[in-house]
Design a protein around this ligand. Structure first.
Ligand code: UD1
Ligand code: MG
Length: 471
């Protein structure tokens, strides 16, 4: 049996450089809070629990995270007030940690660490050693340096020296501590009790445990990686945007490796999960949020926003289409054509081969196979039968100012242009509604229903003349 893992996530810091009212770890990357990425990583490691250390904005962080994180992994919070350093932060988690486990220390503002990297680090720790995640940097300023017993890169690790406490010569060391370590909990507990704050920042440094490990004869291993993005923290909006691009490129690459054809991997944003079948094509500048699934051969035009929707095989979404299913979801049937400039709102459910054209809005409505609304129309709270043709400029008047009502348009109905269907109302199968009609009563199947002023003709009509200006 592998040693159980408890994850401690430090998230008490202020994040002053974000210049934001929102606590730093709640800023979003790929649509999810930074801290949620870290918690998700802990969940994918099959950690026994995650203990989040909160301080600045603690109440806000705790309630946001409790809402956002899916059940499964046990999460608890430990408050650190005031913040006296990273060692002091981990001390707050000790009451939650059992001695036989490994404690994996992560930071709530480092969102892109890969699960396999952490697994390798845990393997190095193996319940007995102190394992540090390190990497070499061209510009290591600000970071803790890995001090080794000799010049060779594999020489025994002796200590971590914080930048502010290091001499000029020590600052030349390119190998830095990433902020991530795996440590046997029973040893951690003893070492944390020995920390002091006699250093340049008067803080309790977690990194001081390295010298205690060396003194106690515990092996310290440095697990080196080369991919700096995995340990990069977010301290400013600039860094947040940089990591967003790294994250998006990872997603784009994974999609392309599955066979998805992206017009430009640098112009795709996935802020949730995007699941694609074979032969999907996505043009530039599309944003996918929530849970979106695209069936085989689906084509998405440029500049579409698609959230919480499932789009069946062969459907084509033309450019500038806005689809947001929110909680109810949106379904687009096989072979449907949507857009350009269409809007599908929650509960839009389009059957096979449905056509929704430009400036058509559909909300909480089902359209059966082959129905078409091609131009400038609104369908809200409507049930639309097969092969219905819904004319340009027609709307369902679904709201009486207090309540919403349904409109039923049965199969093979032809609704002319500029009609108002005042709900609740049913248009009988095969019927026709004359253009410009305001329909307030149910219509009979097969009937032509016209409800508008009769046309009159006044012969030889004299239009008003423009008055002559005085010279
Ligand atoms: C820390 C390491 C340094 C390493 C660097 C990597 C220490 C003493 N130094 O430095 O060796 O190279 O990370 O980024 O550990 N936090 C708390 N409570 C506190 C202080 C910090 O929760 O009292 C949290 C912060 O919110 C942050 C994380 O701990 O998420 C790291 O703190 P930060 O101040 O960024 O550490 P550094 O000084 O950069
Ligand atoms: Mg600091």
């Amino acid at each position: 049996m592998a040693t159980p893992v408890d994850v401690v996530i430090m998230a008490a810091g202020k994040g002053t450089r974000m210049k934001s009212r929102l606590p730093k770890v709640l800023h979003r990357l790929g649509g999810r809070a930074l801290l949620v990425h870290v918690i998700d990583c802990a969940a994918r490691l099959s950690a026994r629990q995650a203990v989040v250390i909160t301080g600045h904005g603690a109440a806000e962080v705790e309630s946001a995270i409790s809402r956002e994180v899916p059940p499964g992994l046990g999460i608890s919070f430990a408050r650190q007030e005031p913040q006296l350093g990273t060692g002091h932060a981990v001390q707050q988690a000790l009451p939650h940690l059992a001695d036989e486990g490994i404690t994996l220390v992560l930071s709530g503002d480092v969102p892109l660490t890969r699960v396999d990297t952490l697994q390798a680090l845990l393997a190095q720790c193996d319940g007995q050693r102190l394992a540090l995640l390190t990497l070499s940097m061209a510009d290591p300023r600000g970071y803790g340096r890995i001090v080794r017993a000799g010049k060779e890169p594999t020489a025994q690790v002796r200590a971590i020296l914080e930048h502010k406490d290091a001499s000029e010569a020590e600052r030349a060391i390119p190998e830095i501590y990433s902020g991530i370590m795996a440590v046997p909990t029973r040893l951690l507990r003893g070492w944390l009790a020995r920390l002091d704050n006699k250093n340049a920042q008067s803080e309790y440094y977690l990194t001081d445990i390295v010298k205690f490990a060396v003194a106690d004869g515990v092996v310290v291993v440095a697990h080196q990686i080369t991919d700096a993005a995995q340990v990069a923290g977010v301290n400013s909006p600039v860094q947040l945007a940089e990591l967003e691009r790294v994250h998006q490129l990872r997603i784009a690459t994974a999609l392309m490796e599955q066979g998805v054809r992206l017009a430009d991997p640098a112009r795709l944003d996935v802020r949730g999960t995007l699941d694609c079948a074979q032969d999907v094509e996505i043009d530039v500048n599309c944003v996918f949020s929530g849970v979106v699934t695209l069936g085989e051969g689906v084509s998405i035009g440029a500049n579409c926003m698609i959230a919480n929707a499932s789009i069946a095989a062969g459907a084509v979404i033309h450019p500038f289409t806005h689809i947001d299913g929110e909680k109810l979801g949106v379904k687009v049937g096989p072979g449907a054509l949507v857009g350009p400039f269409a809007r599908l709102r929650p509960g839009a459910d389009l059957g096979a081969e449905v056509h929704i054209g430009n400036f058509v809005e559909v909300k909480n409505s089902t359209l059966a196979a082959g129905a078409k609304a091609n131009h400038l129309a609104y369908l809200g709270d409507a049930t639309v039968g097969e092969r219905v043709n819904y004319g340009a400029g027609s709307i369902t008047a679904n709201y009486d100012g207090a309540n919403k009502h349904r409109t039923v348009i049965e199969a093979d109905v032809h609704v002319g242009s500029n009609c108002v269907l005042v709900a609740p109302v049913t248009i009988g199968a095969g019927g026709t509604v004359g253009g410009g009609s305001t329909i307030t009563k149910d219509t009979a199947p097969g009937a032509l229903s016209v409800a508008r002023g009769k046309q009159v003709g006044i012969a030889n009509w004299q239009r008003p003349q423009k008055k002559k200006q005085a010279p």
